[in-house]
Design a binder for this molecule. Sequence first.
Ligand code: NI
Ligand code: MN
Length: 229
Amino acid sequence: MAHDITLRYLGHSAFQIRHGSFDLLIDPFLTDNPCAAVKAAELEPTHILVTHGHGDHLGDTVAIAKRTGCQVITVHEIAEWLTVKGIDAWGMGAGGGHTFDFGRVTTTLAHHSSSFDDGSYAGSPVGFVLQLDGRTIYHAGDTALFLDMELIGRRFALDVALLPIGDNYTMGVCDAVMAVEMLKPVLTIPMHYDTFPPIAADPADLRDRLEAKGFGVAILAPGDLHFLR
Ligand code: NI
Ligand code: MN
């Protein structure tokens, strides 16, 4: 009997995924996020996953990891940077997978940039495919639309795709529709929009376009839950 998986949208690209005794955080940008659903101090994750070094993704990772002692799973260069700060970090490279105690993580390409707040090099950005107890979730990170999403859709039977739609820094609604046609997830949840004026977007437009093509969409407000059975 598989456990329910609870997905909670925390705003921007931040998600909390609870599964059994595991509590995963992805891209926990909370303190400086005007739309954050929770305060960083309220979270007790077992693991944090970070797609790239930009402040709106790395976010509160250091403070949460130092307080809780949780492990951070991220790209090699960010893992090295965290290790110097005394944080338990696990480094990966794009295309690599690893089976952890909570499930399997595979990093994917993401077409974007990545640096720390001081401008220093943070490796290449990634997305994550999480395989948890028979369910598969893709968090695209920050990315442009790219044709190799077709490969992700062939390689994994995605239950959920978390896709940026805010435009300007990442793909927007039109490109997210093309991404879904390649990824073929059962459900798409938009992210990385409306946090700041340059990434204002209309998630209802995405929903209408995808539903017309037979794809499922759930628009979550910060704080909303979605249950994966
Ligand atoms: Ni970014
Ligand atoms: Mn971003």
